[in-house]
Design a protein around this ligand. Structure first.
Ligand code: AMP
Length: 648
């Protein structure tokens, strides 16, 4: 007999049955006009979900739960940066959101206008998102603290009528002055939006008369406004993807499909029920923040915890577990990089044991491959389901994972379990030939994509077609490499660009990193390709050593080289290990392998706009140079001014 997962998958993946399946799922949405046409194919590339449906997203996330759950806490704000905790009932949330929509309207924002949200993790950021969808304004959340240049690129691209921001953001031992960056960004972009400013007590900012308005003053005089009706295909938001330089890449997402897919996700992947408390640490500037920190749980009538703080250092590695105990959280969302930071400071899980986390049922993570030691650490210390979610900003929800409410598969560390119903995944080689289980290739997903997949790149249909739909006709190219194992579990190994081609062997950087991480003294590892006259490319490993451990670099290198020879094979030609203090990462925790590769190959690179700490790159250069000097194995690193720029 088929289990619930198999049943859902066979229906959602079947050309005929797909329509019925998603029609049934759309019943969980409150439509103003129910869709008759479930899937419309416009042409070879473009599809519309629930095309003739009419709805309001904010109504589904907020208003429709008011009657039953109005007095229940809907939003809990925990700021470990200023030691504050505030709770908002659903009625209070409604009051703030509906009045902010009124403020937007007063400033001339109407349906289809863009609003940029450049905010720290404070409740007003959540109000700002919901207030947009209430009146059909299209929001674009820009990660708080992005540079003026990055912000200006987004302003230029989507030309917002209004930008909502705060006077500052707070980081460990640092106040980030958002307003200075905003002023500069507006000047560079040469576009004049209205600016609505939340003045934080920690640091207030100056206002530009006639352009900047105080949030709290505006709210005092605002009238609440009602939800407006929009088409299912009306854009809910634009989200610029991480790591972008040059031309911004604005992922545009619809309203109806997103509502259906997120409700599906909450029920079947998270097993979330009305009244549950969900805690996602994902910043609202990421797609995970949109879906898990804000919209998804609210759509389901659950409550959200919004956290301003870090997994460690604010003030200690017990911060997360105390919040889980305090609010009886049932599900926690994070990224492997945060778990690694926690593990580094709490290797035996002592901080976890200090809190009663018995309410917790699952921990989900996304954004990059979760290495096996980290997976085992969190699994052994919490005893709950650890759900590795593979997804992209482009897809809007999870491509592959475990399913709490359909069928929970035995977890396999290092794998994102099974494809979600509706994602028909094929592993293809470069000639578009399907590869058998066990062989690594390009991840391709058959069109049409399920609901909530990006509609296009904002204002750039051609780039959308070229980037995602042209390599393999009839398929979306995810840009990742991976394989299905013999049990049909999906393993995502690396971005296609990060595959190393050594003497004709295509090797995964993730597989090599996995081996390096088995060494007891190593907490983080990145493997990149160095150009080699003889073999095309050879792998070079950069490793971060555990705190307070003394290693002899030459002994460590020998050990790691022999581990790779044993687990991957001599064909990998792995010979070089460089010890570094830190790996360069984006603010969302992805290792900037392209930039490391440029450094290792002596190429020039453009400072990645999304880099978390730009001093790391210079230190890595020095580590590379020193490595070459002492050991004589690998000393031809050339840092000359070559005319090749590398962009992440
Ligand atoms: P973005 O949408 O820019 O945040 O990043 C999406 C990319 O992150 C994917 O294409 C993958 O390369 C990577 N990614 C996300 N989740 C996972 C996961 N669970 N395992 C491995 N890689 C992942």
């Amino acid at each position: 007999m088929q289990n619930q997962y198999e049943l859902a998958t066979s229906r959602a993946n079947d050309e005929q049955e797909r329509i019925n399946y998603w029609r049934e799922q759309s019943e969980f949405v409150d439509w103003i006009k129910k869709p008759e046409e479930i899937l419309r194919k416009r042409d070879e590339y473009f599809y519309d979900w629930f095309n003739d449906g009419r709805l309001n997203f904010c109504y589904n996330a907020l208003d429709r739960h008011l009657k039953e759950r109005g007095d229940e806490v809907a939003l809990i704000w925990e700021s470990n940066m200023i030691n504050r905790s505030i709770k908002y009932t659903r009625k209070e949330l409604y009051d703030n959101v509906s009045r902010l929509s009124g403020v937007y309207q007063q400033f001339g924002v109407s349906k289809g206008d863009r609003v940029i949200i450049y905010m720290p993790m404070i409740p007003e950021a959540v109000f700002a998102m919901l207030a947009c969808s209430r009146i059909g304004a299209i929001h674009s959340v820009v990660f708080g603290g992005f540079s003026a240049l990055e912000l200006s690129g987004r302003i230029k691209d989507c030309k917002p009528t209004l930008i909502i921001t705060a006077s500052c953001g707070l980081e460990v031992n640092k106040i980030v002055d958002y307003k200075i960056m905003l002023d500069e960004a507006i000047q560079i972009a040469d576009h004049q939006p209205i600016c609505l400013i939340v003045q934080r007590q920690t640091k207030q900012c100056n206002m530009v008369i006639g352009r900047d308005f105080d949030y709290y003053t505006a709210m005092k005089f605002a009238n609440p406004v009602d939800c407006i009706e929009v088409e299912s295909t009306h854009p809910l938001y634009i989200l610029y993807t991480s790591g972008t330089t040059g031309q911004p890449k604005g992922i545009q997402r619809d309203t109806g499909g997103t509502c259906v897919a997120l409700l599906w996700t909450m029920r079947h992947i998270l097993g979330l029920k009305k009244g549950d408390v969900y805690f996602s640490m994902a910043d609202i500037g990421w797609v995970t923040g949109h879906s898990f920190t804000v919209y998804g749980p609210l759509l389901q009538g659950a409550s959200i915890v919004l956290y301003e703080g870090k997994p460690v250092q604010t003030p200690d590695p017990g911060a997360i577990w105390r919040i889980i105990e305090k609010h009886k959280v049932v599900g926690f969302y994070t990224a492997p990089t945060a778990l690694r930071a926690m593990r580094k400071e709490d290797p035996n899980g002592d901080w976890i044991k200090k809190s009663n986390i018995s309410s917790l049922k699952s921990i989900s993570m996304a954004g990059e491959r979760c290495d096996i030691p980290t997976y085992n650490w969190i699994s052994n210390n919490t005893g709950v389901l650890i759900n590795d979610h593979y997804w992209q900003t482009e897809t809007g929800w999870i491509i592959s994972c475990n399913f709490m409410d359909l069928h929970t598969f035995p977890a396999k560390p290092g794998s994102a379990t099974k494809p979600s119903p509706g994602f028909v995944i094929k592993i293809m080689d470069n000639e578009n030939k399907e590869l058998p289980n066990g062989q690594m290739g390009r991840i391709c997903i058959k069109l049409p994509m399920p609901p909530s997949f990006m509609q296009t790149l904002y204002n750039n249909d051609q780039a959308f077609i070229l980037k995602y739909l042209s390599d393999t006709p009839g398929y979306y190219t995810a840009g990742d490499a991976g394989f299905f194992d013999q049990d049909g579990y999906l393993h995502i190994m690396t971005r296609i660009d990060d595959i190393i081609n050594t003497a004709g062997h295509r090797l995964s950087t993730a597989a090599m990193e996995e081996v390096l991480l088995k060494h007891q003294d190593i907490v983080e590892a990145a493997v990149v390709a160095k150009i080699d006259d003889l073999r095309g490319e050879i792998p070079v490993g950069l490793v971060v050593i555990k705190q307070d451990v003394n290693v002899n670099s030459s002994t460590l290198e020998k050990q790691l080289v022999s581990m790779i020879r044993r687990d991957i094979g001599p064909l990998a030609c792995f010979q070089s290990v460089i010890i570094v203090d830190k790996l360069p990462k984006t603010r969302s925790g992805k290792v900037l392998r392209g930039t490391i590769k440029a450094i290792v190959n002596g190429l020039q690179y453009q400072m990645p706009a999304t880099i978390e700490d730009d001093t790391v790159l210079d230190k890595i250069k020095i580590n590379c140079l020193n490595y070459g000097k002492g050991m004589g194995q690998y000393c031809n690193l050339d840092f000359g001014n070559q005319d090749i720029y590398v962009e992440e």
